[in-house]
Design a protein around this ligand. Structure first.
Ligand code: ATP
Ligand code: MG
Length: 356
Protein backbone atom coordinates (compact mmCIF):
# COMPACT_ATOMS: atom_id res chain seq x y z
CA UNK A 1 0.00 0.00 0.00
CA UNK A 2 1.66 3.24 -1.14
CA UNK A 3 2.56 5.66 1.61
CA UNK A 4 0.04 8.55 1.61
CA UNK A 5 2.53 11.23 2.64
CA UNK A 6 4.93 9.98 -0.02
CA UNK A 7 2.07 10.16 -2.57
CA UNK A 8 1.32 13.78 -1.67
CA UNK A 9 4.97 14.70 -2.11
CA UNK A 10 5.14 12.88 -5.45
CA UNK A 11 1.92 14.48 -6.74
CA UNK A 12 3.26 17.87 -5.79
CA UNK A 13 6.09 17.45 -8.31
CA UNK A 14 5.09 18.84 -11.73
CA UNK A 15 7.47 16.39 -13.48
CA UNK A 16 6.74 12.70 -13.94
CA UNK A 17 7.96 10.79 -10.88
CA UNK A 18 7.88 7.12 -9.88
CA UNK A 19 9.32 4.42 -7.63
CA UNK A 20 10.11 0.91 -8.88
CA UNK A 21 11.39 -2.33 -7.40
CA UNK A 22 14.58 -4.03 -8.60
CA UNK A 23 12.68 -5.80 -11.37
CA UNK A 24 11.29 -2.59 -12.79
CA UNK A 25 7.76 -3.02 -11.39
CA UNK A 26 6.11 0.31 -10.62
CA UNK A 27 5.49 0.67 -6.87
CA UNK A 28 4.27 4.25 -6.87
CA UNK A 29 3.68 6.90 -9.57
CA UNK A 30 2.55 10.54 -9.41
CA UNK A 31 -0.28 12.35 -11.22
CA UNK A 32 2.01 13.84 -13.88
CA UNK A 33 3.18 10.30 -14.72
CA UNK A 34 -0.41 9.05 -15.09
CA UNK A 35 -1.30 11.99 -17.32
CA UNK A 36 1.77 11.34 -19.49
CA UNK A 37 0.98 7.68 -20.12
CA UNK A 38 -2.80 8.13 -20.05
CA UNK A 39 -3.38 5.31 -17.52
CA UNK A 40 -4.76 5.11 -13.96
CA UNK A 41 -2.68 3.98 -10.97
CA UNK A 42 -4.32 0.55 -10.87
CA UNK A 43 -3.29 -0.07 -14.50
CA UNK A 44 0.32 0.88 -13.75
CA UNK A 45 1.23 -0.42 -10.29
CA UNK A 46 2.83 -3.86 -10.35
CA UNK A 47 3.48 -3.55 -14.11
CA UNK A 48 6.79 -2.85 -15.84
CA UNK A 49 7.49 -0.13 -18.45
CA UNK A 50 6.96 -2.75 -21.15
CA UNK A 51 3.24 -2.91 -20.17
CA UNK A 52 2.82 0.84 -19.77
CA UNK A 53 4.74 2.39 -22.66
CA UNK A 54 5.07 1.50 -26.36
CA UNK A 55 7.31 -1.56 -26.79
CA UNK A 56 10.53 0.13 -27.93
CA UNK A 57 10.55 2.74 -25.15
CA UNK A 58 9.44 0.17 -22.57
CA UNK A 59 12.44 -2.02 -23.41
CA UNK A 60 14.80 0.93 -23.11
CA UNK A 61 13.37 1.97 -19.72
CA UNK A 62 13.79 -1.55 -18.32
CA UNK A 63 17.41 -1.61 -19.59
CA UNK A 64 18.28 1.69 -17.90
CA UNK A 65 16.57 0.55 -14.66
CA UNK A 66 18.66 -2.63 -14.72
CA UNK A 67 21.83 -0.61 -15.28
CA UNK A 68 21.07 1.54 -12.21
CA UNK A 69 20.27 -1.55 -10.11
CA UNK A 70 23.46 -3.33 -11.27
CA UNK A 71 25.88 -0.42 -10.88
CA UNK A 72 24.22 1.28 -7.91
CA UNK A 73 24.87 4.58 -9.68
CA UNK A 74 22.55 7.45 -10.51
CA UNK A 75 21.87 7.84 -14.24
CA UNK A 76 20.78 11.00 -16.02
CA UNK A 77 19.98 11.19 -19.73
CA UNK A 78 17.92 13.09 -22.29
CA UNK A 79 15.39 11.15 -24.33
CA UNK A 80 12.90 11.67 -27.12
CA UNK A 81 9.32 10.53 -27.10
CA UNK A 82 6.48 11.18 -29.49
CA UNK A 83 3.21 12.72 -28.41
CA UNK A 84 -0.10 11.20 -29.50
CA UNK A 85 -0.12 13.76 -32.36
CA UNK A 86 3.29 12.46 -33.51
CA UNK A 87 5.29 15.49 -32.32
CA UNK A 88 8.74 14.96 -30.89
CA UNK A 89 8.92 15.72 -27.16
CA UNK A 90 12.16 15.83 -25.20
CA UNK A 91 12.66 14.73 -21.58
CA UNK A 92 15.46 14.99 -19.05
CA UNK A 93 15.31 11.80 -16.99
CA UNK A 94 17.10 10.93 -13.75
CA UNK A 95 17.08 7.44 -12.21
CA UNK A 96 18.51 6.92 -8.72
CA UNK A 97 19.11 3.64 -6.84
CA UNK A 98 17.33 3.14 -3.49
CA UNK A 99 19.48 1.33 -0.88
CA UNK A 100 18.46 -0.59 2.24
CA UNK A 101 20.30 -0.41 5.57
CA UNK A 102 22.85 -2.98 4.27
CA UNK A 103 23.70 -0.99 1.19
CA UNK A 104 21.75 -3.34 -1.13
CA UNK A 105 19.77 -1.82 -3.97
CA UNK A 106 16.07 -2.39 -3.30
CA UNK A 107 14.63 -0.37 -6.16
CA UNK A 108 14.89 2.85 -8.15
CA UNK A 109 13.39 6.32 -7.96
CA UNK A 110 12.86 8.23 -11.17
CA UNK A 111 11.92 11.67 -12.34
CA UNK A 112 11.43 12.88 -15.90
CA UNK A 113 11.10 16.54 -16.84
CA UNK A 114 9.85 17.75 -20.21
CA UNK A 115 12.47 19.99 -21.88
CA UNK A 116 10.97 20.28 -25.37
CA UNK A 117 10.83 24.09 -25.26
CA UNK A 118 14.48 24.34 -24.18
CA UNK A 119 15.53 21.90 -26.91
CA UNK A 120 13.59 23.86 -29.52
CA UNK A 121 15.12 27.15 -28.39
CA UNK A 122 18.60 25.60 -28.48
CA UNK A 123 17.98 24.34 -32.01
CA UNK A 124 16.63 27.73 -33.14
CA UNK A 125 19.67 29.41 -31.64
CA UNK A 126 22.01 26.99 -33.44
CA UNK A 127 20.17 27.49 -36.75
CA UNK A 128 20.15 31.23 -36.39
CA UNK A 129 23.87 31.30 -35.52
CA UNK A 130 24.65 29.17 -38.56
CA UNK A 131 22.54 31.46 -40.74
CA UNK A 132 24.24 34.53 -39.34
CA UNK A 133 27.66 33.04 -40.03
CA UNK A 134 26.62 32.29 -43.61
CA UNK A 135 25.12 35.72 -44.02
CA UNK A 136 28.22 37.47 -42.77
CA UNK A 137 30.44 35.39 -45.08
CA UNK A 138 28.06 36.22 -47.92
CA UNK A 139 28.13 39.93 -47.11
CA UNK A 140 31.91 39.78 -47.05
CA UNK A 141 32.03 38.18 -50.49
CA UNK A 142 29.42 40.57 -51.87
CA UNK A 143 31.52 43.47 -50.58
CA UNK A 144 34.61 42.06 -52.29
CA UNK A 145 32.74 41.52 -55.56
CA UNK A 146 31.38 45.04 -55.37
CA UNK A 147 34.83 46.49 -54.82
CA UNK A 148 36.22 44.48 -57.73
CA UNK A 149 33.43 45.72 -59.96
CA UNK A 150 33.90 49.34 -58.93
CA UNK A 151 37.66 49.08 -59.36
CA UNK A 152 37.19 47.58 -62.82
CA UNK A 153 34.71 50.24 -63.82
CA UNK A 154 36.92 53.03 -62.46
CA UNK A 155 39.93 51.62 -64.25
CA UNK A 156 38.41 50.49 -67.53
CA UNK A 157 35.77 53.13 -68.07
CA UNK A 158 36.70 56.30 -66.20
CA UNK A 159 40.45 55.69 -66.48
CA UNK A 160 40.18 55.28 -70.27
CA UNK A 161 38.10 58.44 -70.59
CA UNK A 162 40.49 60.51 -68.48
CA UNK A 163 43.42 59.26 -70.57
CA UNK A 164 41.55 60.22 -73.74
CA UNK A 165 40.82 63.67 -72.25
CA UNK A 166 44.51 64.10 -71.35
CA UNK A 167 45.57 63.15 -74.88
CA UNK A 168 42.90 65.41 -76.40
CA UNK A 169 44.05 68.35 -74.27
CA UNK A 170 47.68 67.69 -75.26
CA UNK A 171 46.72 67.62 -78.95
CA UNK A 172 44.73 70.83 -78.54
CA UNK A 173 47.68 72.48 -76.80
CA UNK A 174 50.05 71.69 -79.68
CA UNK A 175 47.40 72.73 -82.20
CA UNK A 176 47.19 76.13 -80.49
CA UNK A 177 51.01 76.45 -80.58
CA UNK A 178 51.32 75.43 -84.22
CA UNK A 179 48.61 77.93 -85.11
CA UNK A 180 45.98 75.46 -86.39
CA UNK A 181 42.83 77.03 -87.75
CA UNK A 182 39.75 77.75 -85.64
CA UNK A 183 37.64 74.95 -87.21
CA UNK A 184 40.20 72.29 -86.22
CA UNK A 185 40.42 73.68 -82.68
CA UNK A 186 36.62 73.69 -82.39
CA UNK A 187 36.42 70.05 -83.54
CA UNK A 188 38.93 69.08 -80.90
CA UNK A 189 36.97 70.96 -78.24
CA UNK A 190 33.64 69.31 -79.21
CA UNK A 191 35.28 65.87 -78.91
CA UNK A 192 36.60 66.75 -75.47
CA UNK A 193 33.24 68.05 -74.26
CA UNK A 194 31.64 64.73 -75.29
CA UNK A 195 34.31 62.81 -73.41
CA UNK A 196 33.83 64.91 -70.27
CA UNK A 197 30.03 64.39 -70.50
CA UNK A 198 30.51 60.63 -70.81
CA UNK A 199 32.88 60.61 -67.85
CA UNK A 200 30.44 62.53 -65.74
CA UNK A 201 27.63 60.11 -66.65
CA UNK A 202 29.87 57.18 -65.73
CA UNK A 203 30.52 58.74 -62.31
CA UNK A 204 26.79 59.27 -61.81
CA UNK A 205 26.02 55.68 -62.78
CA UNK A 206 28.57 54.35 -60.35
CA UNK A 207 27.31 56.53 -57.52
CA UNK A 208 23.69 55.56 -58.26
CA UNK A 209 24.59 51.88 -58.13
CA UNK A 210 26.24 52.36 -54.76
CA UNK A 211 23.33 54.25 -53.26
CA UNK A 212 20.54 55.70 -55.33
CA UNK A 213 20.60 59.44 -54.51
CA UNK A 214 16.90 59.48 -55.31
CA UNK A 215 16.27 57.57 -52.07
CA UNK A 216 17.77 60.37 -49.99
CA UNK A 217 16.60 63.17 -52.24
CA UNK A 218 13.00 62.34 -53.20
CA UNK A 219 12.10 59.60 -50.75
CA UNK A 220 10.99 55.99 -50.94
CA UNK A 221 8.03 56.41 -53.30
CA UNK A 222 10.11 58.09 -56.01
CA UNK A 223 12.95 55.62 -55.50
CA UNK A 224 10.58 52.66 -55.96
CA UNK A 225 9.12 54.26 -59.11
CA UNK A 226 12.62 54.70 -60.48
CA UNK A 227 13.55 51.14 -59.50
CA UNK A 228 10.48 49.45 -60.99
CA UNK A 229 10.71 51.48 -64.21
CA UNK A 230 14.36 50.46 -64.57
CA UNK A 231 13.29 46.83 -63.97
CA UNK A 232 10.65 46.96 -66.71
CA UNK A 233 13.11 48.57 -69.11
CA UNK A 234 15.82 46.01 -68.36
CA UNK A 235 13.69 42.84 -68.35
CA UNK A 236 10.54 43.58 -70.38
CA UNK A 237 8.50 42.10 -67.48
CA UNK A 238 5.45 44.22 -66.60
CA UNK A 239 5.56 45.66 -63.10
CA UNK A 240 2.72 47.43 -61.34
CA UNK A 241 3.66 49.63 -58.43
CA UNK A 242 0.97 50.55 -55.90
CA UNK A 243 1.96 53.13 -53.32
CA UNK A 244 0.03 54.37 -50.30
CA UNK A 245 -0.95 58.03 -50.00
CA UNK A 246 2.09 60.02 -48.85
CA UNK A 247 3.12 58.62 -45.46
CA UNK A 248 5.70 61.22 -44.57
CA UNK A 249 9.17 60.41 -43.24
CA UNK A 250 9.76 56.73 -42.58
CA UNK A 251 13.34 56.94 -41.42
CA UNK A 252 16.47 55.98 -43.33
CA UNK A 253 16.64 52.40 -42.06
CA UNK A 254 13.11 51.48 -43.07
CA UNK A 255 13.42 53.16 -46.48
CA UNK A 256 16.73 51.45 -47.22
CA UNK A 257 15.35 48.06 -46.13
CA UNK A 258 12.26 48.36 -48.33
CA UNK A 259 14.34 49.54 -51.27
CA UNK A 260 16.89 46.72 -50.94
CA UNK A 261 14.23 44.03 -50.38
CA UNK A 262 12.39 45.15 -53.53
CA UNK A 263 15.73 45.17 -55.36
CA UNK A 264 16.55 41.57 -54.35
CA UNK A 265 13.00 40.33 -54.98
CA UNK A 266 12.90 41.87 -58.48
CA UNK A 267 16.39 40.53 -59.23
CA UNK A 268 15.10 37.07 -58.28
CA UNK A 269 12.06 37.52 -60.53
CA UNK A 270 14.34 38.48 -63.41
CA UNK A 271 16.78 35.61 -62.74
CA UNK A 272 14.56 32.71 -61.73
CA UNK A 273 10.83 33.26 -62.18
CA UNK A 274 10.16 33.36 -65.96
CA UNK A 275 7.31 35.69 -65.03
CA UNK A 276 5.38 38.04 -67.29
CA UNK A 277 3.91 40.17 -64.53
CA UNK A 278 4.96 41.45 -61.12
CA UNK A 279 3.30 43.66 -58.61
CA UNK A 280 4.93 45.69 -55.88
CA UNK A 281 2.55 47.15 -53.30
CA UNK A 282 3.23 49.16 -50.21
CA UNK A 283 0.49 50.00 -47.72
CA UNK A 284 -0.09 50.89 -44.11
CA UNK A 285 -1.90 48.41 -41.92
CA UNK A 286 -2.50 49.09 -38.22
CA UNK A 287 0.63 51.12 -37.75
CA UNK A 288 2.82 48.79 -39.79
CA UNK A 289 4.26 49.22 -43.23
CA UNK A 290 3.40 46.23 -45.40
CA UNK A 291 5.35 45.50 -48.56
CA UNK A 292 4.23 42.82 -50.97
CA UNK A 293 6.02 41.60 -54.08
CA UNK A 294 4.10 39.13 -56.20
CA UNK A 295 5.04 37.48 -59.48
CA UNK A 296 3.18 35.11 -61.80
CA UNK A 297 6.26 33.04 -62.60
CA UNK A 298 7.08 29.36 -62.18
CA UNK A 299 7.43 29.53 -58.39
CA UNK A 300 9.55 27.11 -56.39
CA UNK A 301 9.50 24.38 -53.77
CA UNK A 302 10.36 26.25 -50.59
CA UNK A 303 11.55 23.08 -48.84
CA UNK A 304 14.20 22.61 -51.55
CA UNK A 305 15.22 26.24 -51.65
CA UNK A 306 15.91 26.40 -47.90
CA UNK A 307 18.42 23.57 -48.30
CA UNK A 308 20.42 25.44 -50.90
CA UNK A 309 23.05 27.77 -49.61
CA UNK A 310 21.73 30.89 -51.32
CA UNK A 311 21.42 34.07 -49.41
CA UNK A 312 19.16 36.48 -51.26
CA UNK A 313 16.04 35.31 -49.42
CA UNK A 314 17.93 34.95 -46.13
CA UNK A 315 19.21 38.52 -46.57
CA UNK A 316 15.68 39.88 -47.13
CA UNK A 317 14.48 38.06 -44.02
CA UNK A 318 17.40 39.39 -41.94
CA UNK A 319 16.72 42.97 -43.06
CA UNK A 320 13.10 42.64 -41.93
CA UNK A 321 14.06 40.99 -38.60
CA UNK A 322 16.70 43.61 -37.87
CA UNK A 323 13.96 46.25 -37.88
CA UNK A 324 11.67 44.15 -35.68
CA UNK A 325 9.59 43.18 -38.71
CA UNK A 326 8.22 39.97 -40.17
CA UNK A 327 9.01 38.20 -43.43
CA UNK A 328 6.83 35.64 -45.21
CA UNK A 329 7.35 33.92 -48.51
CA UNK A 330 4.78 31.77 -50.27
CA UNK A 331 5.47 29.84 -53.41
CA UNK A 332 4.76 26.56 -55.11
CA UNK A 333 5.75 25.27 -58.53
CA UNK A 334 3.57 26.80 -61.21
CA UNK A 335 1.89 29.29 -58.88
CA UNK A 336 4.26 32.21 -58.72
CA UNK A 337 5.87 33.68 -55.64
CA UNK A 338 4.57 36.11 -53.03
CA UNK A 339 6.79 37.88 -50.57
CA UNK A 340 5.30 39.86 -47.72
CA UNK A 341 7.26 42.02 -45.33
CA UNK A 342 5.70 43.91 -42.49
CA UNK A 343 7.73 46.51 -40.62
CA UNK A 344 6.78 48.44 -37.51
CA UNK A 345 6.78 52.17 -38.21
CA UNK A 346 9.71 53.81 -36.44
CA UNK A 347 9.30 56.09 -33.41
CA UNK A 348 9.74 59.84 -33.87
CA UNK A 349 13.37 59.91 -32.70
CA UNK A 350 14.34 56.90 -34.86
CA UNK A 351 13.22 58.61 -38.07
CA UNK A 352 16.26 60.84 -38.17
CA UNK A 353 18.57 57.79 -38.00
CA UNK A 354 21.30 57.56 -40.57
CA UNK A 355 20.61 55.35 -43.58
CA UNK A 356 22.11 51.85 -43.15
N1 ATP B 1 10.58 34.82 -57.68
C1 ATP B 1 11.09 33.59 -57.78
N2 ATP B 1 10.54 32.68 -58.64
C2 ATP B 1 11.04 31.42 -58.73
N3 ATP B 1 12.09 30.97 -58.02
C3 ATP B 1 12.69 31.82 -57.16
C4 ATP B 1 12.23 33.18 -56.99
N4 ATP B 1 13.00 33.77 -56.05
C5 ATP B 1 13.89 32.85 -55.66
N5 ATP B 1 13.72 31.68 -56.33
C6 ATP B 1 14.45 30.41 -56.10
O1 ATP B 1 14.99 30.48 -54.79
C7 ATP B 1 16.38 30.32 -54.82
C8 ATP B 1 16.99 31.15 -53.72
O2 ATP B 1 16.88 32.53 -53.98
P1 ATP B 1 17.96 33.50 -53.37
O3 ATP B 1 17.66 34.89 -53.76
O4 ATP B 1 18.07 33.18 -51.92
O5 ATP B 1 19.30 33.00 -54.06
P2 ATP B 1 19.82 33.24 -55.56
O6 ATP B 1 19.00 34.29 -56.22
O7 ATP B 1 19.90 31.90 -56.24
O8 ATP B 1 21.29 33.75 -55.30
P3 ATP B 1 21.73 35.09 -54.56
O9 ATP B 1 22.30 34.60 -53.26
O10 ATP B 1 22.70 35.72 -55.47
O11 ATP B 1 20.50 35.93 -54.35
C9 ATP B 1 16.81 30.69 -56.21
O12 ATP B 1 18.00 30.06 -56.57
C10 ATP B 1 15.63 30.23 -57.05
O13 ATP B 1 15.73 28.86 -57.31
MG1 MG C 1 18.65 36.13 -55.27
Amino acid sequence: MPDVLQQVILDNIPDQAWLKDVESHYIQVNEAFMTACGLKAEDILGKTPRDVWPADWGGKYVDTDMEVVRTGLRKRYEEQRFSAAGEVRWFDTIKTPIFDAHGRVTGTAGISREITDRKRTEQELRDSRAQLRELSAYLQSVREEERTRIARELHDELGQMLTAIQLGLGALDSAVHTGSDAAMLKNGLVGLVTLVNNASQAVQRLATDLRPPILDGLGLGAALEWQTEAFVERTGIACELVLPPPIGELGGDVETAVFRIVQEALTNVARHAHATRTEVTLHLDEGRLVLRIVDNGNGMLLSEVSQRRRLGIVGMRERAYMLGGEFRIQSSPGHGTQIEVSLPLPDEEEKGAQPA
